[in-house]
Write a protein that binds this ligand. Structure first.
Ligand SMILES: NC(=O)c1ccc[n+]([C@@H]2O[C@H](COP(=O)([O-])OP(=O)(O)OC[C@H]3O[C@@H](n4cnc5c(N)ncnc54)[C@H](OP(=O)(O)O)[C@@H]3O)[C@@H](O)[C@H]2O)c1
Length: 183
């Protein structure tokens, strides 16, 4: 099917965190997330995946995805290093100005764009004002230490609450629009 013609596609973070705000343990372990049985509908991920046609990710998340045997299709991997000599079909390495890249992508034809993470590349995009929305699935567990949802620095980024969904396993999913102030 042809991608929908849409001006200003949105860049949307859709990610799971522990209740204390981490996306992975310090050693990148995510078993606390992946070993949970998910309820039917998988927290709306199927619907979300049909709304996007492009994925953005940091190089470390790409490395984890490769190890987990992910498949790729229009995936842009951000890295400040030389790209590997060979990458899977569907993967393009990017080391460029984020604002220019995001503006170009948003004005191309297509569906919305998934910012998959992790916390470092989310921070880079957020601080350039390039993220439109966050969908955060908060898993009812504390893991105590780890990689934060957004790499820390002083910020003041107001959010607009779009919705809150509760799932039978205790996951709460909050959907925010990103405000304009404080960038
Ligand atoms: N819980 C979840 O739903 C979820 C979702 C996604 C990821 N994760 C987890 O998050 C962890 C990785 O997160 P992370 O924060 O450590 O790393 P990350 O954001 O995935 O990747 C960081 C890397 O991205 C590149 N990068 C960052 N900012 C850049 C910029 N402005 N321009 C160009 N390249 C840039 C750099 O690559 P180089 O070092 O190559 O220069 C940097 O080292 C993994 O364990 C993954 O499994 C969890």
């Amino acid at each position: 099917m042809r991608p929908t013609a849409r001006k200003n596609r949105k860049i949307i973070v859709n990610i799971a965190t522990s209740a204390d705000g981490y996306i992975a343990r310090p050693n990148h372990d995510i078993a606390w997330l992946t070993s949970r049985p998910a309820p039917k509908g998988f927290y709306g991920m199927g619907t979300f995946m049909r709304s996007i046609d492009t994925t953005l990710l940091g190089r470390k998340t790409y490395d984890v995805s490769l190890r987990l045997g992910a498949t790729f299709n229009r995936h842009y991997v951000f890295s400040r290093q030389q790209p590997p000599a060979s990458v899977p079909t569907g993967v393009e390495f990017i080391n460029g100005a984020i604002t220019a890249f995001a503006n170009r992508l948003k004005h191309e034809r297509g569906k919305n764009i998934w910012m998959m993470g992790g916390g470092d590349i989310i921070a880079s995009f957020l601080d350039e004002g390039a993220i439109d929305e966050f969908i955060i699935s908060i898993v009812p567990i504390f893991i105590g230490e780890g990689i934060p949802l957004i790499a820390p620095r002083h910020r003041h980024v107001p959010l607009q609450l779009h919705s809150v969904k509760h799932y039978p396993d205790g996951v709460v999913q909050v959907h925010y629009g990103v405000g304009n102030a404080g960038r």
